[in-house]
Each structure stands twice: as C-alpha cells, then as structure tokens.
Design a protein around this ligand. Structure first.
Ligand code: FES
Length: 577
C-alpha cells in the first residue's frame, strides 16, 4: 500500500497530471522566496482569524509569530492562512448566525490546502466552536490555541471587566442609579486590553472546555492575551503540531465520548456559559455523538460549581490563571473524570494530571468540600412548554424565583420587546413571567443572545432586580438572572411557546425540572390552528435561506443537518458511566 502524500505533495490541484500540479505549485510559492528545503518539510497550517473588527483577536500577529517559531523549532514549515473572523459586537444580526459559515470555511480550507496538521487560533465566542466543528469534520490532525483573556480595568477604585460589569452598569443606568457622565466614563474602563471577555462567558468557557477535552495543551486556556505565558503556549502549540502530523493524531482520536464527558463536566464545574452546551452539542454532532439532555442533567446534579468567576462568583480569568488554571480545576475533579482519555499531547488526561503542579492556597478554584454551588449549576427543564427541553443556569439565578408560578407577559419577537418593554403602559408586575418568542435558531434567525430580557424600566426603577424570563433564545455567559433559555421546539418551529398568550399561567419548578404552561391540550390545539395562519414568510435566497432550512434546534447544537456526521455513534454523556 502506498502512503498518502504529505506536505506540498498533498491535495494537488486536479490538472490530470500530478507532477505538473506539484511543479506549478512550487513555482508559485517559490515566488514568495522559499527554498526546496522549506517546501519539503511537514507543513503546518496556522489559521489566522485576525480582523480589525475583532479586538478579542488583537494579539493575532504575535501569536502567529510564536506558533511559527514553535513549528520551525520542531523542523516543520509553518504557513498561515485566513478564515472568517467573528466578534460578538461586530456580527450582524448575531454571531451565532455566522458560526456555521465559519465552520464550513475552516473545514473546507483544511481539506483544500496541503497541510499535514493545523493550529486553530481562535478566541471570541463563536470562533473556537466553529474551528473545532470544522476541524472535526476535516479529519486532519489539529490543535486549538486560544487568544487568551483581556486584562481587567478599573472604575473609580473598583475592578471591572467585560462583560458582566458592562451589564451590571447598564442595568444601574437604566434604573437611574448612575448618570450619563458615569456611564460614558465606565465605557472606557471595561476592556483593559485586547483579548477575550474576562469572566466566565462563552469564550472563557470554550477555552477551558477545549483544554479539558484534550484538544488544547494543558495549561493553555487561561493565560491572558498580552502575557509572556500566552506567547510561550503559542510556541509550544506550534511545536506540538509538527509532532501531531507525524503521529497522525486526528481530531476524532482525541474528541471521543470520554473527552466530551470531561468537557461537559468542566462546563458545569466552571459555572460556564449555557452557550457552551450548544457548542459542545454541535462539535459532538460532527463526530456522530448526540447530546442527551437528561443524562447531562444527571451529570449536573453530581457536579459542584467550583470556579469562583463572575457572573456566579467574584473573580476574573486572570485570577483563574494565577490560581493554577484548568489543571488545578481538573485535579479537584479528578475522581469525576475519564482519566484514560487521550489528549493532544499524546498522553492521557490522567498522565497529564500526575504531572500537574501541586495545589497551593488560593480562592479562585474552590475545593470539593467548599464549592460555590453544591450541584446542578445548569438544570434541564421539561414539560408541555418545552417537550424538547429547556435549560436554566440556576447558579446565576435568584434562589427565591426557582420555584415560581406567574402570569405570562408575552412579546411576539425582539422588535416587539424593544418597542414595549419600557412603556409606562405595559401591564406587568414583579411576579409576572416575561415570555419572548421567535428568537430561536429559525425564528430570529440565528438564536441571538436576547434571552436576557431586560427588567421593564418601570419595575427597575422600583428596585426589581430579577424576574423569571423565558425564551427560545440564548443568553451571554456573562449575564445573570432567573432566565429559562433554549426552549425547544422553538416558537418558529411550531413549539408550544408560539401559543402562549398574555395572562396564561406558567409554572417553573427547578427542583422538579418542570416548565409547564397551564393551558389544556384542547385549547393549545385550537391556538395552534389559529397561529398556523400567522407563520412568518421564509427568506428567499442566499445564506439566510440555507440557514433557516437546515439549522437544527438547540439540543442538536444549531448546526446544519448536512454538516452532522452521517453515522450515529452514541450519546454524550454516555448512559452508563
Ligand atoms: Fe469576544 Fe466577549 S466579545 S469574547
């Protein structure tokens, strides 16, 4: 059997004459000044997601330089190439709408180019999921490198960081607790440097989860973006990529069911972003694994929240790094992990933890005896309002609202919410339940982070800080509140949510894991008939049409159906662990 061609000889363009295709390829790239010695080496693709519109990736030039140094120190030939870059604040209508497009770009460029391994450099919320989805499907050796967190800032003597404090200060501004001058001042203080958000938002969550899954180097998740530690991690990542190519260690050998279970465990122990669950479902789906929400809930009930990070705790990512980062967290969780899971180092997780630094006293990562929250940080809800499931991050909710029955105050969609939420005429009281429809994967489309429904201004002024809020959308990991998300099926897919009316009673019981609309089946069937005639017109062309027609619901990761693996290989978590 002849070996597969590697390096510059791989993926030759189809001219019907392979030697000519190689001759032509080398002629072109030699125009950039390379020698045959360089071109004959292992080729490591370095994926550049730098963009002037992505300050979370603002250290990309330095990272690429460090990765390339590592590749060359290991005798390889690094070649950088760009893909789409997504930043949360610069991706209209929402970055989630574009995540699958970025994953397709990543997958197809890895497939197309003559690379023996790739370094995926990402950081901002959707970029790491998109890269891992694409790399999982592309089937070549790959290693994740995150850009690292931003530094915190300081406002009038208080440490602040994006974006939990962005929301906290904006909430105070809406409640007239701070004035125009202070909100303008704080706007320049929240983001201390380039890098990703400094709390347990989606970017931090995915960084830690990628390390826990073994697809990024141990200790690589937490060094802030502008530190020497971050650059050293980049160099080491480049070095390791050359070895990955030689070993043929493809993504599917690392991202196994055991690895996904470790990732889900860390998502929970971190008090991480609920978006992490959607992204892990999407990445797992590329490898044939489906997320089982009920088994995840079971895992949640036996996993304490240990990481003392905002919004559930008080610290920032730089504190988590100083406390020992993910290796320290994994050491605390050791007996709950699959220690035989292979990591990108070529060693098992257990072997890596044996080599981890000894624990020392600190406050950012709690012990099992002294958790931030005992268990069940993210709970899965079921009931007639969410037969396909819904979730609530109870660790970030008001404990007094976790068992609640209230009157629905309904908003038809995001524009309706924007138009009426601050109206003095809005018929709403503090113990009502705010319901927002049509912000799901199809409805918005793109499932925006609009599930963090603001407290109506007239109630905010009275001092109301939290209410039960329900939607088919998502919420930023930097946000907090008693907020039910990912209601499935979504309203636009004909879910019960579409048929909720003002004044209906809804029961939320996190203890019983129930989300129930107290309306009879007969009445719901009648409403379904009425609502059928009001379905929104479908988009006519382009990526939007593809998106709406192919996107799956939250529990399947909002991936496109045609991008999922063709052969099912089981669930994550597994039924018997
Ligand atoms: Fe990029 Fe928060 S906006 S990580």
């Amino acid at each position: 059997m002849t070996a597969e061609p590697t390096g510059m000889r791989s993926n030759l363009v189809n001219y019907g004459d392979e030697e000519f295709a190689l001759f032509l390829r080398k002629a072109f790239i030699k125009g950039a000044g390379y020698t045959d010695d360089a071109l004959d080496r292992t080729v490591v693709g370095v994926i550049d997601t730098g963009s002037g519109f992505n300050p979370c990736h603002g250290n990309m030039p330095q990272l690429i330089e460090a990765v390339k140094r590592g590749v060359m120190l290991a005798g390889g030939f690094p070649v950088e190439f760009p893909t789409i870059s997504l930043h949360e604040s610069f991706s209209y209508p929402t970055s989630m709408f574009l995540r699958n497009l970025m994953s397709m770009d990543t997958e197809e460029m890895i497939r197309a180019l003559p690379v023996d391994a790739v370094v995926l450099i990402g950081g901002c919320d959707k970029t790491v999921p998109a890269q891992l989805m694409g790399a999982a499907s592309a089937g070549k050796p790959a290693i994740q490198l995150v850009t690292g967190s931003m530094l915190t800032g300081s406002h009038r003597g208080r440490t602040v960081g994006a974006c939990t404090d962005c929301r906290a200060y904006w909430g105070r501004y809406r409640a007239a607790e701070i004035d125009d001058e202070e909100i303008a001042e704080v706007n320049g203080r929240l983001v201390g440097s380039v890098g990703t958000c400094s709390v347990a938002g989606t970017a931090s969550t995915m960084a830690c989860v990628a390390e826990a899954a073994g697809i990024a180097l141990p200790g690589s998740a937490t060094p802030p973006a502008v530190t020497a530690d971050r650059m050293r991690v980049a160099e080491l990542t480049g070095r390791r990529a050359v070895e990955l190519a030689a070993e043929g260690l493809t993504v599917d050998k690392i991202l196994t069911q055991a690895a996904f279970e470790n990732a889900l465990r860390v998502l929970l122990a971190l008090g991480g972003s609920t978006n992490g669950l959607v992204h892990l479902a999407a990445i797992a789906g590329r490898l044939g694994f489906s997320l089982d929400l009920d088994l995840f809930d079971q895992m949640s009930r036996e996993t304490p929240v240990l990481v003392n990070l905002k919004p559930a705790g008080i610290h920032y990512m730089e504190d988590l790094h100083r406390a020992g980062g993910v290796p320290r967290l994994l050491t605390e969780l050791r007996d709950l992990l699959n220690l035989d899971a292979l990591t990108v180092t070529g060693r098992t997780l257990g072997e890596e933890l044996d080599a981890a630094p000894a624990p020392f006293p600190q406050d950012a990562i709690r012990t099992r005896q002294d958790p931030i929250y005992p268990a069940g940080g993210i709970a899965v809800l079921r009931g007639n309002l969410a037969p396909g499931g819904a979730i609530i991050k109870q660790v970030a909710a008001d404990p007094d609202l976790l068992e609640h029955r209230g009157r629905a105050v309904v908003f038809a969609n995001a524009p309706d919410l924007a138009a009426r939420i601050d109206s003095e005429d809005l018929d709403v009281a503090a113990d009502d339940i705010l319901v927002l429809k049509n912000i799901g994967p199809i409805g918005a489309p793109g499932m925006p982070e609009a599930g963090y429904i603001p407290i109506p201004r007239k109630l905010a002024r009275q001092g109301v800080k939290d209410m039960v809020r329900i939607s088919d959308g998502r919420m930023s990991g930097t946000a907090a509140g008693t907020i039910v998300l990912h209601v499935s099926p979504e309203a636009a897919a004909g879910g019960t949510l579409q048929h909720v009316r003002n004044g209906d009673m809804i029961r939320l019981s996190v203890a019983d894991r129930v989300l129930e609309l107290e309306v009879s089946d007969a009445e719901l069937a009648e409403r379904a008939e009425q609502d059928r005639t009001q379905a929104a017109p479908r988009p006519g062309r382009g990526y939007r049409k593809l998106y709406v027609e192919e996107v799956t619901q939250a529990e399947e990761g909002c991936d496109f159906r045609f991008l999922q693996a063709e052969t099912p290989r089981g669930t994550v978590p597994r039924a018997t662990r």
